[in-house]
Design a protein around this ligand. Structure first.
Ligand code: NDP
Ligand code: 8X3
Length: 252
């Protein structure tokens, strides 16, 4: 039987690499994101390997997400893996200097968007039965706070805890839930976060051998294809070059 993966944020970075990884294994794909042109280009690249449906969709648009999911037809209706990947960070300023609109955009995308897509697809994932997977992309930012992380860190902590709680509710359905929490990874994420600052992008990754989108895609695919009696609840991964700093102390 051919399986179907529904991937959000497939126009770039992790999502696009996941699409390529699942296509390589012959899975059918539902690929979503706001940049329809990029989705079309990716579909053209992957269609020799599998069937692809593209959905030009903003995960913040609840009605559009629900309508798109309700309109899915076979073989895209039987979803076996949901990769909840669409997300973003905006800004690196301390909380007291942040723009409230940017905070709300992160909450609307990383929390509300992810829950909207999950809610819409739960019935089909449950119908697909044992071995189906929800793979939520969290972040080390959801485990470890850092200066300038503020709402982004909070939004990814939500993803982690939501993943655990979802597992509890799905007990007995056979549907698996994993939260994958990567650290420093090279993608357009840093350009989005810095408002397109190429110099900041170069500084971030130079000499750091960051995680690559293909590393994430291999891990997501592994999670989705584990023997059906196994559930990885949470998986944090970092580049070897990244680890922790000591606590800082301000002295009188
Ligand atoms: P990219 O910026 O390369 O990709 C982000 C993807 O999310 C794009 O495809 C974008 O598509 C999509 N997206 C953003 N907002 C929306 C929206 N409102 N509706 C639909 N799609 C949206 O970044 P990454 O691939 O690195 O990030 C993917 C996920 O991984 C994110 O959740 C991010 O927080 C997380 N992450 C990233 C890390 C990193 O260091 N890069 C590390 C840990 C986690 P489009 O713009 O076309 O809508
Ligand atoms: C992205 C990783 O460390 O920039 O989620 O927050 S980090």
């Amino acid at each position: 039987m051919t399986h179907t993966a529904f991937i959000t944020g497939a126009t770039s970075g992790f999502g696009r690499a996941c699409a390529r990884r699942f296509a390589e294994a012959g899975w059918h794909l539902v690929l979503s994101g706001r940049r329809g042109e990029r989705l079309k280009e990716l579909a053209a690249e992957l269609e020799p390997h599998c069937e692809v449906l593209t959905l030009t969709l903003d995960v913040r648009d609840t009605a559009a997400v629900q309508a798109a999911v309700a309109a899915l037809e076979s073989p895209f209706r039987e979803v076996h893996a949901l990769v909840n990947n669409a997300g973003l960070a905006l800004g690196t300023a301390p909380a007291q200097d942040c723009d409230l609109e940017q905070w709300h955009r992160m909450i609307d995308t990383n929390i509300k968007g992810l829950t909207t897509v999950t809610h819409a697809l739960l019935p089909t994932l449950i119908d697909s039965g044992a071995g189906s997977s929800i793979i939520n992309i969290g972040s080390v930012a959801g485990h470890w706070p850092y200066p300038g992380g503020n709402v982004y860190c909070g939004s990814k902590a939500f993803v982690e805890q939501f993943s655990y709680a979802l597992r509890s509710d799905l007990q007995g359905t056979g549907v698996r839930v994993s939260c994958l929490a990567p650290g420093l990874s090279e993608s357009e994420f840093t350009l989005v976060r810095t408002g397109g600052d190429q110099a900041a992008y170069d500084r971030m990754y130079q000499g750091a051998d960051p995680i690559q989108p293909e590393d994430i895609a291999d891990t997501v695919f592994w999670l989705a294809t584990l023997p059906r009696h196994l559930n990885v609840n949470s998986l944090e991964m970092m580049a070897v070059s990244q680890s922790w700093s000591p606590f800082t102390i301000t002295r009188r």
